[in-house]
Design a protein around this ligand. Structure first.
Ligand SMILES: O=c1ccn([C@@H]2O[C@H](COP(=O)(O)OP(=O)(O)O[C@H]3OC[C@H](O)[C@H](O)[C@H]3O)[C@@H](O)[C@H]2O)c(=O)[nH]1
Ligand SMILES: [Mn+2]
Length: 362
């Protein structure tokens, strides 16, 4: 019998950081205050570091701009994107908490069909604290949810499930469409609230969106590199996609689960589809090569840590995608730099190397 979660969801306020990339404003936090105030925020300020981004009073935060990233990582800062939401992954690296929730600054509190405001963070915590079922599909969706269970024919040997590494939330109003779809359907809005959480089956990739995403940093953090995007790069808006493909392949290899579905947020801003098309066009073309690559990736059984898997993956990226475009050679090297920087900041001695950023006392 799947353990129904009748217990209240733990707040995890000392075990979870909220990472926000921003090049605009943090006013959206006012709407999230009831849900976010207990948590520590890690704000990654993109763009001009001389610009001051106001953090609303009452939040406990640390803020990093490009000067901070360069100061903390030195030459390794080259792996952190500039002028792209990919910069958010720096926040994952400097966090010291077990869980991460990342959200964009144009995402607001959504309402469920009964009109109740959705505490997206609480749902992500529920998703992360309950097992996933990647090895056998449960047709009644999340079997660990109140009022659900495994259906007849579900093997009892698999009902314990596996640890959940990622919780991928969705969006009402502006859906996360690519530029061509945005251009064809400029007025389309997502009003469909699907009351379900699904485990993405083992061996299946998915398009991970970084807008409303939570993960177990201790299980899968080093694989959550959002790549080389934005300024100086031939691609943008594939940061979260790249991370999602790497993460899913490694989760499948290590036996972790990835969930998608609830919670919803309200995505308010439709970015410019023409600007997006310029950023995405290489990605739309290259993904037709990258997806078959990730579908065929085999990681040796000797790779038992995320770092080992990720370094092995970077070698295969260089070998197999480097032929598609020299960009992938650069990306493969940046993947290694990311792991080196991650281990430097997160090894015992490395943690003292992190200079305090501006902001409220930590
Ligand atoms: O150069 C930049 C641009 C944006 N940001 C911050 O990233 C967040 C997302 O920005 P935006 O809402 O403009 O992007 P979308 O078009 O909605 O697509 C996003 O949503 C899905 C993924 O996260 C995707 O990668 C995003 O592009 C927002 O907080 C901006 O302030 C930035 O830091 N640097
Ligand atoms: Mn947006």
């Amino acid at each position: 019998m799947a353990e129904a979660s009748v217990k209240p969801t733990p707040v995890l306020k000392d075990e979870l950081d909220i990472v926000i990339p921003t090049i605009r404003s943090l006013d959206f936090l006012e709407m999230w205050r009831p849900f976010f105030q207990p948590y520590h925020l890690i704000i990654v300020q993109d763009g001009d570091p001389s610009k001051t981004i106001k953090v609303p009073d009452g939040f406990d935060y640390e803020l990093y701009n490009r000067n901070d990233i360069n100061r903390i990582l030195g030459p390794k800062a080259s792996c952190i994107s500039f002028k792209d939401s990919a910069c958010r992954c720096f926040g994952y690296m400097v966090s010291k908490k077990k869980y991460i929730f990342t959200i964009d600054d144009d995402c607001f509190v959504a309402k469920n069909p009964s009109g109740k405001e959705i505490n997206a963070l609480e749902q992500h915590i529920k998703n992360l604290l309950s097992p996933s079922t990647p090895l056998f599909f449960n047709t009644l969706y999340d079997p660990y949810r109140d009022g659900a269970d495994f259906v007849r024919g579900y093997p009892f040997s698999l009902r314990e499930g596996v640890h959940t590494a990622v919780s991928h939330g969705l969006w009402l109003n502006i859906p996360d469409y690519d530029a061509p779809t945005q251009l064809v359907k400029p007025l389309e809005r997502n009003s469909r609230y699907v009351d379900a959480v699904l485990t993405i089956p083992k061996g299946t990739l998915f398009p991970m969106c970084g807008m409303n995403l939570a993960f177990d940093r201790e299980l899968i953090g080093p694989a959550m590199y959002f790549g080389l995007m934005g300024d100086g790069q031939p691609i943008g808006r594939y940061d979260d996609m790249w991370a999602g493909w790497c993460v899913k392949v490694i989760c499948d290899h290590l036996g972790y689960g990835v969930k998608t579905g609830l919670p919803y947020i309200w995505h308010s801003k439709a970015s410019n589809p023409f600007v997006n098309l310029k950023k995405e066009y290489n990605g739309i073309f290259w993904q037709e090569e990258a997806i078959p690559f990730f579908q065929s990736v085999m990681l040796p059984k000797e790779c038992t840590t995320v770092q080992q898997c990720y370094i092995e993956l970077s070698k295969q990226v260089k070998e197999k995608l480097g032929k598609v475009d020299p960009y992938f050679n650069k990306l493969a090297e940046a993947m290694v730099t990311w792991i080196e920087a991650w281990d430097e900041l997160n090894s015992a001695e490395g943690s003292t190397g992190k200079l305090p950023a501006k902001g409220a006392a930590m």
